[in-house]
Write a protein that binds this ligand. Structure first.
Ligand code: ZN
Length: 202
């Protein structure tokens, strides 16, 4: 499976000049919701990710995603793993577990995002799970932006990765491309205007 091709086929791997949620600029933009709008594609990707996770032998009771970005990937992954699915969401800037979701003491929870960039939201979701008594056993995403280390890749963890080094991270592929600060962006230097896509850029 070539994840980048699947993103491109679904119009989810955009090329141009974009402003990411971090404020940095990039020539590329990933719009995972566009890949996951087709349930058959979502199922195929989640099943492949679930296979990798099962191979590792990691025990998982529940998948938890930070809303909104991780919801579709997490739900499909939970289905493929045969476990339940819950999510956390931001309220007044803070990641919280709402809507009557609970975790039992010691419940083994895998955090799932669509794309792991620095892993900030995934880490916050994990902290909320732990605050509720659960045990975060690992992290997962369809794609890894190359800042965090993942199982099955030689990529070293970069300084800006926020995920704990002692927990496994699973992703289908690494999507590595440069990001630039606005005052050091070669695309800006060429006179092009950066645009902000509809939602969070990864
Ligand atoms: Zn720029």
């Amino acid at each position: 499976m070539n994840l980048k091709e699947i993103y491109k086929e679904n119009g989810a791997f955009l090329e141009g000049h974009f402003i990411l949620s971090s404020g940095n600029h990039s020539q590329y933009y990933l719009q995972s919701a566009k890949v996951l709008e087709n349930p058959k594609t979502a199922e195929k990707l989640a099943t492949a990710l679930a296979e990798k996770i099962k191979e590792s032998g990691l025990e998982i009771d529940t998948v938890c995603s930070p809303a909104l970005g991780g919801l579709l990937a997490g739900y499909e992954l939970a289905r493929a793993l045969g476990v339940r699915f819950i999510f956390t969401e931001r309220k007044d800037g803070e990641m919280q577990m709402r809507r009557g979701f609970t975790v039992e003491k010691g419940e083994k929870v895998l955090i799932c995002e669509d794309i792991i960039t620095t892993g900030g939201s995934a880490l916050e979701a994990g902290k909320e799970v732990e605050a509720q008594g659960g045990e975060v056993v690992g992290f997962s995403a369809l794609a890894n932006r190359g800042f965090c280390a993942r199982v099955g890749s030689d990529l070293e963890q970069k300084e800006n990765c926020k995920l704990p080094k002692d927990k496994p991270m699973f992703a289908l592929e690494d999507f590595i491309f440069d990001i630039y600060s606005p005052d050091n962006c070669p695309l800006c230097a060429n006179g092009s205007q950066a645009i902000k896509p509809g939602s969070r850029g990864n």
